[in-house]
Design a protein around this ligand. Structure first.
Ligand SMILES: [Mn+2]
Length: 446
């Protein structure tokens, strides 16, 4: 028997936390839809984050029905054991394995879902479900809701009210436990080490794709499960495309190289951006942007502590970057005018932060009771100011055109401030230049 590699108490505690908030409700969480086999080969499968968060169960074709306070509280529907399919596509836990290894109260084969779900929902007063993840399953759920409505056991009539399961579970996931932070810390360490590998490897003449290969090689060699997202490896003015994914150009002498990449470890993702000169030495115009932007980034990290409004981080970044744009001659007029007219967005078009966790852009509300959310211990977020000068921006000083710089760290809010989970990844100019002239362990092209 295969054994799950996760501590099942973690998932039991998460289910208990959810149960205490929603007595009387039912959660129906289907697995992530199975990938279509393209020409009979498999592509990587990743479980739906919320289903994994509550069970640790990674097989497709499964559904968790969770009914806080009822018996059984957790019912996991799974694919049956099947020697033909297991020969071709690998081990399945089946009903017995689901019960013995995952600690759920009850397990049934997925073919019984249609027959059992109405019974399971009859005694619940509301349903938590997230639409639009799997259109086929959505259609099944509409029939289920209708069947529950017409069932004689529901005296009040009408449909079960439906709430968004992703939002409810998102509020739990927003607060990372000690266990979660340990895993996230490791995902960040792996990501930081991979960035260092990439810095040592990068030099004029290598292709962005080869730099990407060193990152991914390093991720997997350190025990990562997969990339947290498709890495961005953008040389020269490619860095001014925010979600550049071609990663196929040659790094040239004099270019800056922007790398935004993070590893996934234990379903948690790191997310780091570093920008450095391919040749190993910053030019004067590159320094002119990099040095003040780094000071801004460090000041923003310093701001992170319980009690500050999450949104104030972005407001502070807009204020500081607009001022920097004025200093650099990119914007004209006063700071106030450029902020009010949003003129700064030409050079700084994105937000300074997002929640970080089991999804790179993690879940959790930013507004609570119509008020901007205050930071609390256990929240994890990125700090990633950037400045991008379009290559064809004739109003910009010529030597700054085509420069794109972003510096991104991952932090978790503590009782008194924050812990920077990615501080081992160099970002000071001296540290970067030292790393850049350290020989790579890779025998890449010369
Ligand atoms: Mn990010």
């Amino acid at each position: 028997m295969r054994r799950p590699s996760y501590d099942m108490n973690v998932f039991r505690e998460r289910r208990a936390a959810l149960a205490s908030r929603y007595p009387g409700a039912a959660f129906v969480l289907p697995a992530h839809p199975e990938q279509i086999r393209n020409n009979d080969v498999n592509h990587a499968y990743r479980q739906d984050t919320n289903l994994f968060y509550l069970t640790g169960f990674e097989e497709p074709g499964s559904v968790l029905v969770f009914r806080p306070g009822q018996d059984p509280e957790s019912t996991l529907f799974v694919r049956p054991k099947d020697s033909f399919n297991e020969t071709w596509y690998g081990f399945r836990y089946g009903v017995e394995g689901a019960l013995s290894e995952f600690g759920v109260d009850h397990a049934l084969v997925i073919d019984d879902f249609e027959r059992e779900i109405v019974n399971l929902l009859r005694s619940c007063d509301r349903l938590f479900y997230h639409w639009n993840l799997d259109p086929q399953f959505d259609r099944d759920m509409l029939s289920v809701l209708e069947a529950v409505r017409s069932s004689s056991y529901r005296s009040g009539g009408g449909h079960l009210p439906v709430f968004d399961s992703a939002e409810a579970i998102g509020e739990l996931r927003l607060f990372k436990s000690e266990h979660d932070i340990r895993i996230l810390r490791r995902a960040c360490e792996i990501s930081a080490n991979a960035h260092i590998e990439a810095m040592r490897f990068a030099k004029p003449g290598v292709n962005e794709r080869q730099v990407m290969a060193t990152l991914i090689h390093s991720f997997y060699m350190q025990g990562a499960v997969r990339e947290g997202y498709l890495p961005i490896v953008a040389a020269g003015s490619n860095a001014t495309t925010l979600h550049y994914i071609f990663n196929d150009q040659t790094c040239k002498d004099g270019d800056l190289l922007l790398i935004d990449a993070g590893a996934e470890f234990g379903y948690f993702a790191g997310d780091i951006t570093r920008t450095f000169p391919v040749s190993g030495k910053f030019t004067e115009p590159q320094r002119r942007i990099y040095e003040p932007l780094l000071e801004i980034q460090k000041a923003l990290v310093q701001m992170v502590r319980p009690g500050i409004r999450y949104r104030s981080l972005h407001e502070a970044s807009v204020d500081a970057i607009t001022e920097l744009c004025l200093d650099l001659g990119l914007l004209k007029g006063t700071k106030r005018q450029n902020i009010d007219s949003q003129a700064y967005q030409k050079y700084y078009p994105h937000g300074v932060s997002h929640w970080l966790g089991m999804d790179v852009h993690d879940v959790g509300r930013m507004i609570v009771d119509d008020q901007p959310r205050l930071l609390e211990p256990g929240m994890a977020l990125t700090i990633e100011p950037g400045l991008y000068v379009p290559v064809n921006d004739l109003s910009a000083p010529e030597e700054l055109r085509g420069l794109g710089i972003r510096i991104e760290d991952d932090v978790v809010v503590t009782a008194t401030g924050c812990e920077n989970l990615t501080e081992t990844c160099p970002k000071e100019i001296d540290d970067l230049e030292k790393e850049l002239c350290t020989p790579s362990s890779w025998r890449g092209p010369t």
